[in-house]
Structure formats: C-alpha cells, structure tokens
Design a protein around this ligand. Structure first.
Ligand SMILES: [Zn+2]
Length: 296
C-alpha cells in the first residue's frame, strides 16, 4: 500500500475562520509568497523523485498560471481547491456548484487537460452539506479528498468509511479519499497534514503511517506552501490559534524530506491508475445518511 502526497496551493493569508484575515478584495494588494514556497516544495518532490497532486485555488491559478504549468511540466497532477477559498458549508448548493465549475474551467484552460480532483477549503464538508457530492459530480469532478473523518475546527464529517470508496450520486460516480485518521485512546486522530504534520514528532508520524498502511489503507499527506515558510507575515490572532497556525514552520521542510525518503508516495491520479477499482459504497449522495450511522 502506498501513501498519497498532496499540496493545497494557496498563499500565507488564506487562513479560514479568522476575523483578522484579509478579505478577497484585499488579496491582490498583499505581498505574495506562494511562488517561492511552492517551488521549494516542487524541488523537494523532484529531489525525492515523487509526483504529487496539486490542488490549486482558482484565484491563485488565475494570478500565477505559470505555477500551474510548472507543476504540470514537472509531472504532477493539477487538481482544484475551489475558486475563492470559501467554506463549503457557508455556500448555497448553487454557489458551490458555480465556484467548483469556475475553478475547474480555469485549470483546464491553463493545462489543456481534464481536471478530475477536488478538495474543499478547510475540509468543510459536514452534515450540513448533504448536497456536496452530487454537486461536485455535476461540476465534472471524478474524485474528492475533502472528507475529514474526525473533529476539526472547520467541519469534519462523521463517516464509517476510512478507506477510499466510491459514491453514487444522481449526477454520477465519485471516488472519495478521506483524510487519514487512526484511533488513539478511542479518538480519531489525524497525523499526516497541516498543523498535525507540523506539530507531531517525526517518529510518531512514521509509526502512525506504518499502522495505517498495515491496515490496508493509503495515508493521505497534505501540506500548504506556507507551512515551510518561517518568514511569512503573521496575522493577528489568539494564542491557541497562533500556535496551531505557526507551530514548527522551521522544521517542517526537513520532516517532509525525511517522510518522502521513508515512504513511497504518489499522486491521487497515479494511485487510482495503479490500484484499479475501489470498493463501491452506496451512500446515495447524503452525508446525513452516513452521519446517522456513527458518531465522531
Ligand atoms: Zn485551503
């Protein structure tokens, strides 16, 4: 069983659910750091001979189309992180559909290839968005990696499915790759991305990765370009949030380099091509139906 490597390509100011975070009307005026940080990640991946899935925010792709082309030319999969980084549960189904379609169109225009994958901002698919999978299929996507099957600040979805599975919706089939969790003292814990990856020691991440792989599940790693950038400007926020947002920015690049050396990692596209059919799970298109089966 292999690990899956993914990047959510956005800038240092794309912080969710924060009163002091700049609104979209201010983004263009801010000093961007995504080019340098994303290229450092690409160099890290090249050094390890690994190809990743790059979930580009449509806003970033429109402003820096050369980054999308560079990812494609270096053998990575280009996928979508939505257009404007809005939380899924704060959009109406129609707004979500428009956002998901627009970002896909921008990326397909730049790459000339079909974009198949989607990841929502902040893994914000919840019991409040039972329409999510159907709208995503309607927008033309074939797979998703937005389900976070544990508690978290911007969502989390109670689902019994911890391995990749296929979902049937009225608009077609979708494959879901939930973010990897493992159970510790009866609680589901994520260890392979974002603040969890920065916070936990390498030895713990290695151990949990081996555990999940031995259970026959891939480990989905995810990182943002800003997470290897200790020089980024810091937004004003409370102490707890500050810790989660900025902890271990100096050590994450080295940790990632080691993980890339220790484990075999591939993009979602290559994982699907190499693993063949995934189990069909008829969960209809209702997140609510799933959440009735199990508590978080
Ligand atoms: Zn994001």
């Amino acid at each position: 069983m292999k690990c899956i490597l993914s990047v959510d390509v956005e800038d240092w100011f794309h912080i969710l659910n924060l009163r002091t975070a700049p609104g979209i009307d201010q983004w263009t005026a801010l000093p961007s750091r995504v080019e340098g940080n994303f290229r450092r990640l690409l160099d890290l991946f090249s050094g390890a001979g690994v190809s990743a899935t790059c979930f580009f925010l449509g806003w970033i792709a429109r402003r820096f189309p050369h980054l999308v082309r560079e990812a494609q030319e270096r053998g990575h999969e280009v996928a979508s992180h939505g257009l404007e980084h809005r939380l899924v549960y704060e959009m109406t189904p129609d707004e979500f559909l428009a956002d998901a379609k627009a970002s896909r169109a921008i990326l397909e225009d730049i790459t000339g290839n079909a974009v198949q994958g989607y990841r929502g901002s902040g893994f914000s698919v919840t019991e409040a968005t039972p329409w999510f999978f159907e709208r995503l299929a309607e927008a033309g996507y074939r797979y998703d990696s937005s389900v976070f099957p544990a508690r978290r600040a911007h969502g989390g979805l109670a689902t019994p499915h911890l391995s990749p599975y296929r979902i049937h919706t009225a608009a077609g089939w979708l494959t879901e790759f939930p973010i990897s969790v493992t159970t510790i003292f009866g609680k589901r814990v994520c260890f392979s991305g974002g603040g969890y990856l920065r916070l936990f020691p390498l030895s713990f991440i290695r151990r949990m990765t081996c555990r999940v792989l031995s259970e026959g599940r891939p480990v989905v790693f995810y990182i943002h370009p800003r997470e290897i950038d200790p020089l980024q400007p810091h937004l004003p926020m409370g102490l707890g949030r500050k810790f989660k947002t900025y902890v271990n920015l100096k050590t994450t690049e080295a940790k990632l380099r080691q993980l890339l050396a220790d484990f075999e990692m591939v993009s979602f596209r290559d994982f699907v091509a190499q693993s063949g059919m995934l189990p069909d799970v008829l969960v209809t298109n209702s997140a609510q139906a799933e959440s009735d089966q199990i508590g978080l």
